[in-house]
Design a protein around this ligand. Structure first.
Ligand SMILES: [Ca+2]
Length: 217
């Protein structure tokens, strides 16, 4: 199915992660937020290639650009991770101080953990044990005016704060995939098809993407 990513004004970055060799991997949006590759290696993804992260020091990063500034946001990606006990895996973010999507292990209650402006938003046990070892779609959406922050796993809502005072601060922090600010919360596993939107996707759209049904809109 054909559609033209580069004409879509509501996508901050679109990472297919089909080519993880060389120094960089492209952004398929119009914004040119190209990722530099630090150790992440090619793997089979849900849609062609993906990135394999070793949990030690593999990550991808793109420098700050104005396109990353937004009031509302949605982030989605597919992950395939083994059961893990400790700590946290950063998926996509610009540090906890700006916006970030992560998952946590059993010691931190197996959950999707979203950070906006330095504040954590989550409910425990929202990332089920049955998701480990499988391709799993994880996402969150945030609408500042409506004060809605919703997390999704495989297209289904697992957490909602419908009266959050969260805001996204102005920041020049870089974008990271697979780590928070490159010192910690390293991802171990496969990540594919990460999309960052500058608007609030609705549930049917998230579910359609989780089911790999396209086009995007
Ligand atoms: Ca891919």
């Amino acid at each position: 199915m054909k559609y033209h990513l580069k004409t879509l004004p509501d996508i901050i970055a679109y990472y297919k992660l089909d080519a993880l060799t060389g120094a960089t991997t492209p952004d398929s949006s119009r914004n040119g937020n190209t990722l530099a590759i630090f150790g992440a290696s090619p793997a089979q993804g849900v849609i062609d290639g993906a990135g394999l992260f070793d949990g030690l020091n593999d990550y991808l990063t793109a420098p700050f650009s104005k396109s990353m500034e937004t009031t509302d946001i949605s982030i989605e990606c597919f992950i395939n991770i083994d059961l893990f006990e400790d700590s946290q895996y950063t998926l996509v973010g610009r540090s906890d101080a700006v916006w970030e999507l992560s998952v946590t292990g059993t010691t931190w209650n197996n959950k999707i953990d979203v950070r906006l402006g330095g504040v954590a938003h989550y409910a425990n046990n929202t990332f089920a044990l049955s998701n480990y070892g499988k391709d799993t779609h994880v996402a969150f959406t945030f609408n500042r005016q409506a004060k809605n922050l919703i997390h999704y796993v495989n297209g289904f809502q697992v957490y909602a704060n419908l009266n959050t005072p969260a805001t996204i601060p102005a920041s020049s922090k870089a974008l990271f995939i697979g780590v928070r600010d490159a010192p910690f919360f390293w991802l171990k596993g496969v990540l594919d098809h990460a999309i960052i939107w500058n608007r609030t996707l609705d549930q049917p759209t998230i579910q359609r993407h989780a089911e790999r049904r396209w086009p995007l809109k």
